[in-house]
Design a protein around this ligand. Structure first.
Ligand code: MN
Length: 491
């Protein structure tokens, strides 16, 4: 059976606290979603603002393959706003639980039904596809849901969606609810789940197993409160678990996730399924050994099937196989004795609670091999100032491939200004800073801090560190260490 994907990253996803997309960002994400193969893009809620309408209209005018939809309440003004954006369909939301009808709307069930049917009629009169979504549907008396479904069908509704708006559903209960509705329904059923109990994906799958054929999802599981069911989890679970056809180009999942992460500024948790940084990262020696012999031993999902890359991280569980693999990625060859030395140093750092990055491993290998490495970039001078009467500013003089470059930049503080100045001075090096993290190793204001940066250069991820009692110098050190590694392996 074909399962349709309705992506609501641009509507429910944008209701994530702190997230707001510009019209251009919305369009870029919509194009990526279309390219990924989603069936319906809920582009926003047209009544919200002028900027929102601009974004929705840009998407609707783009001529994408996907159906473009706007959220609307059962109010004529909401529907008119959506119509003005030239959308194909309306995600028409009617609160159906007694709690919502009584306390939010202050009306009766009969009045609610009447308003809903009028709204459907109005949408149909304007030639729109209508997906009626029952807000708080999971806490609605199921007999009342049946009644709404029946009347809405008579009014020509095209789809009927049950929303677990507050994320309180459980897999067996949602299965039971959808089984009943699927027996009665003449239109396709949709499911819209939230992750308040961490069950959004499980509930979505359960609904599909009971007859739902449209799943509402968001990229990276963005969304109100704990978020929505995540596109990547639902798609991969339906595909790998049940072999459903969804027409999704799964190998584009990672790049779409990256685009959304960058646009909204909400970092994906490292341990997030499918798209977290650690989803295909192996540390333990036994695992790495198994993976190198046959990836299936510890990888049930192929990283390349979602466009991700396998990574190895070295810690105290490391074995020689992983070290050899990482050294060969760094194009360093070693003797057995040198390898033992390197292994001991990595384990020593692991015992101290440190994860050995590729930059660390390269430095260890160079010292064991007695190699003096000429650094491609070196900081000659650095000044960073902060205060309450002016904009934090930094200027830097670096030597890069023998040339001296002086640059300056401002920032939100001295660290940001210094990092920006370095970035300007090294703009010829293709990379972006994807993560910055500071740890204080000792207490007090003279504490030693350790800065970790993660840089992405083309399809490689480099992790580098810097340490010291001056946070600006430690940060610059970490960044420069990472850039040096990138430059050594640019070719
Ligand atoms: Mn929602």
């Amino acid at each position: 059976m074909k399962i349709k994907i309705l992506d609501t990253t641009l509507r429910d996803g944008e209701q994530t606290p702190g997230v707001s997309f510009t019209p251009d960002e919305k369009l870029r994400i919509a194009k990526a979603l279309d390219d990924l193969g989603v069936d319906v893009i809920e582009a926003g809620s047209a009544i919200t603002s002028e900027g929102e309408r601009e974004g929705i209209k840009m998407i609707a005018d783009e001529g994408l393959r996907a159906e473009i939809s706007s959220y609307a309440r059962i109010l004529r003004g909401d529907i008119d706003a959506a119509i003005s954006c030239d959308v194909n369909s309306i995600f028409l939301v009617a609160p159906t639980s007694d709690l919502h009808i009584k306390y939010k709307l202050g009306i009766t069930r009969d009045e609610l039904v009447k308003k809903t049917l009028n709204a459907i009629q109005y949408c149909k009169d304007h030639g729109l596809v209508v997906d009626l979504c029952t807000e708080d549907g999971s806490r609605t008396d199921v007999r009342f849901l049946s009644k709404i479904l029946e009347s809405a069908t008579q009014y020509g509704v095209d789809r009927f969606t049950i929303a677990d708006t507050v994320g309180i559903m459980l897999p067996e209960r949602i299965h039971e609810m959808f089984s009943k509705l699927a027996r009665e329904s003449k239109v396709p059923l949709g499911v819209h789940c939230h992750d308040d109990l961490g069950l959004a994906t499980a509930n979505t799958i359960a609904a599909v197993r009971a007859g739902a054929s449209i799943v509402d999802v968001t990229v990276n599981g963005l969304g109100e409160r704990a978020g929505n069911a995540s596109l990547e989890e639902v798609v991969m679970a339906l595909k790998l678990g049940y072999n459903y056809d969804m027409g999704i180009k799964t190998e584009k999942i990672t790049s779409v996730s990256d685009l959304v992460e960058k646009s909204c500024g909400i970092p994906v948790a490292p341990n997030k399924a499918i798209v977290g940084d650690n989803a295909f990262t192996h540390e333990a020696g036994i695992h790495v050994d198994g993976i190198l012999k046959k990836p299936e031993t510890y990888e049930a999902i192929k990283p390349e099937s979602v466009g991700a890359r396998r990574r190895f991280v070295l810690g105290k569980h490391v074995g020689t196989k992983a070290i050899l693999k990482m050294l060969s990625d760094l194009k360093i060859s070693v003797s057995d004795e040198q390898l033992r030395d390197i292994l001991n140093q990595v384990k020593y750092m692991g015992d101290k609670g440190k994860k050995v990055t590729n930059v660390d491993l390269e430095a260890i290998a160079h010292s064991v091999l007695g190699i003096e490495v000429e650094k491609a970039i070196e900081v000659k001078e650095l000044v960073a100032v902060a205060g309450n009467k002016f904009t934090p500013t930094a200027s830097v003089k670096i030597k890069i491939n023998g040339r001296e470059i002086t640059e300056s930049a401002t920032g939100t503080g001295p660290v940001d200004a210094a990092m920006n100045a370095i970035r300007r001075a090294t703009k010829e090096v293709p990379f972006e800073l994807v993560e910055y993290h500071v740890d204080s190793i000792s207490g007090g204001t003279d504490a030693v801090v350790e800065v970790m940066v993660k840089l992405r250069s083309r399809d490689r991820i480099i992790t580098a560190r810097g340490a010291g009692s001056d946070i600006v110098l430690a940060s610059v050190d970490a960044l420069v260490n990472g850039i040096n590694l990138i430059m050594r392996h640019l070719d």
